[in-house]
Design a protein around this ligand. Structure first.
Ligand code: NAP
Ligand code: MG
Length: 480
């Protein structure tokens, strides 16, 4: 007998939403030149949360000018130990306000509160603390006795981990002495605007952090602005390529964190119960809106039936629904557009002959939802095995030998992450050595730590975020 769950909603009273937000330039929330706005909605209910201002080229220009002044006048000449104090202060305020920020993130993005509260926000604070610690130790970064910042960094981030991607971008940039203009994704601006408030609360000098909200055009105006010295982008491979073309021939430094189609490899000697948990975490964490998601499962043939049976049993226990309910495992799909893309690719999977399965589960009437889904009978030529679906959809393939597993895992234009499940340390090392992926997890998946570099090969982009490598990207003489 299964126990019924009573609703356990997290209160949203802790969030003080304004009806509208300006852009954050030179330490102030200001109106834009032309006053265009757009709405941010909750993808779980389609309720309008707030009116957001769309920054145009003139506003981007103002933001870059403010960042340049702050760079020249204060931030780049301030001793590292002083910059660290601001970063520590911001990190502490984020911790103090983490419940509010987690609720806001779940409201605006649709991710379960269990994840925003226990994963996103703790990692945001950890990144800020980690890079605060570097600010007065740059001479130990391996880039000479006095490495210098680039100047003004243009940072464009996606909607899947809005505040975490902001922290990944802003923390190392500021620690290294750069100033920033950041553009959040159109569907998830609210935690970036809350972060702007936190910068004010921390008395961060005006212009060191500027937040320009808007869609792709705002992002393009920002990365193409001639006053920008460094571009950092996370998002789709398509836009990443457009950005690489746009900055080619300029002196701008670039890091690109793009898509992925990670193989999660289960060998027959793996601890299968743990592996099934790893498969679930690999593809259903954050509704599968994860660039490093384990979206291609490779199972050794001899354990295929056992793995599939356990996986289906486990999937039937996943709870899909209200992101603010503390018992929810899978929240809402971030936007109608993303839902349409997931539906299209899943339909193509069926049309190409793969077999689709989802556990029975009721979905709410309003909002954007997709059942956790697996495809079996998938071949390497199927589009669902090649393209990033960016949703709760797993493609399952099989293999017989370790060599075949590696060959299939590497048969992708991407190379961001991979997972290996086996009892043998030697097999972990052998496999990891041959996988063309920036991150390889062994007997775990989707683990993040601010001290560890993260980034891709091939069409997954170039440059690293996190750790000392992530710091180097914001210093002259670093790899990028
Ligand atoms: P995207 O279109 O690449 O968007 C990422 C960011 O770039 C957003 O802030 C976006 O603005 C902005 N942008 C769009 N066009 C731009 C341009 N020409 N110049 C500069 N900035 C631009 O990605 P998405 O729409 O969020 O998602 C599409 C696909 O990207 C997903 O389905 C997934 O395959 C992939 N993705 C990967 C990651 C990752 O972490 N690697 C994260 C998210 C998405 P707006 O969104 O506001 O228009
Ligand atoms: Mg939203």
């Amino acid at each position: 007998m299964a126990f019924e769950y009573a609703p356990a909603p997290e209160s949203r009273a802790i969030v003080d939403l304004k009806s509208s937000y300006g852009v954050f330039i030179d330490g102030e929330f200001v109106d834009t030149a032309d006053g265009h706005t757009f709405k941010s909605i909750s993808p779980a209910t389609e309720e309008v949360l707030a009116e957001i201002t769309e920054a145009g080229p003139a506003d981007v220009d103002r933001a870059v000018a403010a960042a340049r002044r702050a760079y020249d006048d204060t931030w780049s000449t301030m001793p590292g130990a002083e910059r660290a104090k601001y970063l520590y202060r911001i990190a502490r305020i984020v911790q103090e306000r983490s419940r509010e920020l987690a609720v806001l993130e779940s409201l605006d993005n649709g991710k379960p509160i269990r994840e925003s509260r226990d994963v996103d926000l703790p990692l945001v604070a950890a990144h800020l603390f980690y890079y605060a610690g570097w600010a007065d130790k740059l001479e130990y970064a391996g880039l000479g006795p006095d490495p210098r910042p680039h100047g003004v960094a243009a940072q464009v981030i996606p909607w899947n981990f809005p505040m975490l991607m902001l922290a990944w971008k802003i923390a190392p940039a500021l620690a290294a002495g750069n100033t920033v203009v950041l553009k959040p994704a159109e569907t998830t601006s609210l935690t970036a605007l809350a972060f702007a408030e936190i910068c004010r609360q921390a008395d961060l000098p005006p212009g060191v952090v500027n937040i320009v909200t808007g869609a792709g055009d705002t992002g393009r105006a920002l990365v193409e602005h001639p006053g920008v010295d460094k571009v950092a982008f996370t998002g789709s491979t398509e836009v990443g390529k457009a950005i690489a073309r746009a900055v080619a021939g300029t002196a701008k430094k670039v890091t690109l964190e793009l898509g992925g189609k990670a193989a999660n490899i289960i060998f027959d000697d793996a601890p299968l119960d743990q592996a099934v948990e790893g498969i679930i975490n690999g593809i259903f964490f954050n509704q599968g809106h994860v660039c490093c998601a384990g979206s291609r499962l490779l199972v050794q043939e001899s354990v295929y039936d056992d793995v599939l049976t356990s996986l289906k049993r486990r999937m039937a226990t996943l709870r899909v629904g209200d992101p603010l309910d503390k018992n929810t495992d899978i929240g809402a799909i971030n936007s109608a557009e993303q839902l349409a893309k997931i539906r299209t690719l899943s339909d193509i999977g069926e049309a190409e002959g793969a077999e689709r399965w989802s556990p029975p589960c009721e979905l709410p009437d309003r909002g954007y939802w997709f059942r956790p889904t697996i495809f079996t009978g998938v071949s390497q030529a199927h589009r669902i095995a090649r393209e990033e679906i960016f949703g709760p959809v797993l493609s399952i393939l099989t293999f017989r030998t370790p060599a075949e597993a590696v060959e299939k895992a590497n048969n992708t234009p991407y190379g961001l992450s991979a997972g290996v499940w086996t009892d043998k340390g030697s097999r972990i090392l052998w496999t990891a050595n041959q996988l063309k992926a920036g991150v390889v997890w062994a007997n775990t998946f989707n683990r993040f730590d601010p001290t560890s570099p993260f980034g891709g090969y091939k069409e997954s982009g170039y440059g690293r975020e996190g750790g000392k490598h992530g710091l180097a990207a914001y210093l002259k003489g670093g790899e990028n």
